[in-house]
Design a protein around this ligand. Structure first.
Ligand code: SF4
Length: 458
């Protein structure tokens, strides 16, 4: 404010000087008036002083006049306006700057967001690609370890490939033993862990054939020594024994026929036999009168029509008294080596449990089952099925819990499923007991099978 002091402003100084001049002009008049008063004896107290004060007051007033309030306000208002304008401008600028900054910030944020999204996308892609590569590497590593194993087991590879094409399969059965198994094999093995193959309601023909043949292969493993369970030494003995086996067990027939064949060794001998004597021998087999009639009748037919020889053709065999297709197939299959299916009571029951056929007539069952297997399998198949029916898959209480083909059987559970209880239901060599034949084949003995005792031995 030193520069802008009103006392030094040039426009104010002339005004101050005019006031001083007026004071100087009025001062002689005042002094004259005071001298006059003094001469007249009037005392004028403080006359000079009062004049001085007045002069000073006037000077101050003049000075105040010389610097009017409007000028001062104007002087004061000018910087305020400028400040206000400057402030306004600054505010505007600040607002504009803020607006611009906001816009820039928004744009920057948008760009940053875009960049972040792009970066995330890229990162995700990279991660996915990395995972894919890692997976491929793992798979490749696994494959790399597999070849040696696969090379060591090519058969397993083939089996696996087959398994992939078949709907549900179990591991292929091992090959049938060509040599007589050791005695221990006669015992029933624990059912191996296999894939359970339950036939669907609408099981296709192909699936049925596969399952049926697999059951036969499994049974061949279980009964590698399977054979006809009637003792015989020639076709004549076999055809007679088969006729006698109706409504009784092979064991009972085997215990009876030694006495019969000892007394009547040929068809001619039996054809000429006294029926009452034959009846007495055959009494243990049940229905002994009818059976006596049949064996004497077929012996006469053999002696008269076939020269004392058993014919090797089905159509001839079924013409013999008491000989049906079942007996004819037993004779053809076991005495002549000609394939035949023996549809006895066990065979009928089991093939129905396995849903190989729903037929009940023996001839239709034979045709239906025969169509599932090659002819060369028919005789052994008959043995396998009948042996299984006699030892494990009984009519009343099948031993399902000890059954090696349980995973392939749709009737699993029809019998005892508890392994311990089921094992007690087993029969013959599977239970460590004697078999039905008094003179069993060597393979059966080698497998631990025991000959049956003769009649009356207990
Ligand atoms: S699972 Fe039972 S019903 Fe089926 S074959 Fe075996 S014993 Fe017979």
């Amino acid at each position: 404010m030193t520069k802008g002091s009103p006392s030094k402003r040039p426009d104010e100084r002339p005004a101050a000087r005019s006031d001083d001049a007026a004071e100087e002009k009025s001062a002689p008049r005042k002094r004259a008036a005071a001298a006059k008063a003094e001469a007249s004896g009037e005392h004028v107290p403080g006359g000079e002083e009062s004049a001085g004060k007045k002069a000073a007051g006037k000077k101050a007033a003049s000075a105040r006049k010389a610097s009017p309030a409007g000028t001062t306000s104007a002087r004061k208002a000018a910087p305020a306006k400028k400040a206000a304008a400057a402030k306004k401008t600054a505010d505007k600028k600040a607002a504009a700057a803020k607006k611009t900054a906001d816009k820039k910030a928004a744009a920057a944020k948008k760009t940053a967001d875009k960049k972040a999204a792009a970066a995330k996308k890229t990162a995700d892609k990279k991660a996915a690609a990395a995972k894919k590569t890692a997976d491929k590497k793992t798979a490749a590593a696994k494959k790399a370890t597999a070849p040696a194993k696969r090379a060591a087991t090519p058969a397993r590879k083939t089996a696996a490939a087959k398994k992939a094409t078949a709907p549900v399969k179990k591991a292929p059965a091992p090959r049938k033993q060509l040599v007589a198994p050791k005695k221990a094999t006669a015992a029933v093995r624990a059912a191996p862990a296999k894939t359970v193959v339950r036939p669907a309601r609408d099981e296709s023909r192909t699936a049925l054939v596969r399952r049926a043949r697999r059951i036969n292969r499994e049974l061949a493993e279980v009964y590698p020594y399977a054979h006809p369970e009637l003792d015989f030494e020639n076709p004549f003995q076999l055809v007679v024994a088969t006729v006698l086996s109706a409504q009784t067990t092979d064991l009972r027939v085997n215990q009876t026929t030694p006495a019969l064949f000892a007394k009547y060794p040929t068809p001619e001998d039996l054809a000429a036999a006294n029926p009452e004597e034959v009846e007495e021998i055959l009494r243990p087999t049940g229905f002994f009168r009818a059976k006596t009639k049949s064996v004497i009748g077929l012996s006469k037919a053999l002696a008269e029509d076939f020269g004392g020889e058993v014919p090797g053709r089905l159509e001839d065999l079924v013409k013999l008294p008491g000989v049906g297709r079942k007996t004819a197939f037993v004779v053809l299959g076991n005495a002549f080596g000609r394939p035949g299916i023996t549809v006895d009571t066990h065979f009928q029951r089991l093939v129905r449990r396995w849903q190989w056929t729903a037929e009940t007539d023996p001839d239709k069952i034979e045709a239906a089952v025969g169509a599932l297997f090659p002819k060369s399998d028919w005789t052994d198949l008959s043995h396998h099925v009948i042996w299984h029916g006699r030892r494990i898959c009984h009519a009343r209480k099948p031993a399902c819990g000890a059954c090696p083909i349980a995973p392939l059987c749709p009737a699993y559970g029809e019998g005892e499923t508890d392994p311990e209880k089921a094992r007690k239901l087993l029969k013959y060599e599977k239970a460590g007991l004697p078999g039905q034949r008094l003179k069993p084949p060597q393979a059966y003995v080698d497998a631990g099978g025991r000959p049956a005792p003769p009649l009356g031995a207990g």
